[in-house]
Design a protein around this ligand. Structure first.
Ligand code: IDP
Ligand code: MG
Length: 160
């Protein structure tokens, strides 16, 4: 694996899907130079919600979080690139949109902590990206391919 191959799990939450933000969010990651290796519109059921948000099961907001994340379709994605997990988190902003800088996804599209548009794997939680990719995607749903613009994104990706 080269250092360009880090994969991270990202998801447009039900509020983002309903508000028509899938395209804009996908566009931001494409423009950054990340490579899309998997994507699907899907409905999260109770069981998957509990598995995905297990770390928060004792928090007071857990029931509301499960209800929200199962309330409509989500757009699940896997993006690949150098330092992908941390870079995506930076592009998302803070957990609370009210604390998120303009220019970030949550800072541009949200005002409310409970409706913060996007999920991304936690870069401070070792292995969260792999665990979440496994939870949401089968191996055959991820596509292995070369992105032709990589030579323009990365100085060390070959000749152009
Ligand atoms: P993150 O999404 O930025 O990683 P986490 O702390 O992992 O934030 O929390 C997971 C999700 O739970 C948040 O994105 C948000 O939707 C919800 N959440 C977190 N804290 C609160 C809260 O205090 N009230 C309501 N919802 C919360
Ligand atoms: Mg988190």
């Amino acid at each position: 694996m080269s250092h360009h191959d880090e994969r991270t799990f990202v998801m447009v939450k039900p509020d983002g899907v309903q508000r028509g933000l899938i395209g804009d969010i996908v566009s931001r990651f494409e423009q950054r130079g990340l490579k899309l290796v998997g994507a699907k519109l899907m409905q999260i059921d109770e069981e998957l919600a509990h598995d995905h948000y297990g770390e928060h099961k004792d928090k007071p907001f857990f029931d509301g979080l499960v209800e929200f994340i199962t309330s409509g379709p989500v757009f699940a994605m896997v993006w690949e690139g150098a330092d992908a997990t941390r870079q995506v988190r930076g592009m998302m902003g803070e957990t609370d949109p009210a604390d998120s800088a303009p220019g970030t996804i949550r800072g541009d599209f949200g005002l409310d902590l409970g409706h913060n548009v996007i999920h991304g794997s936690d870069h401070e939680d070792e292995g969260a990206n792999e665990r979440e990719i496994d939870l949401f995607f089968d191996e055959d749903e991820l596509v292995d391919y070369d992105l032709s613009n990589a030579v323009w994104v990365y100085e060390d990706a070959g000749d152009h």
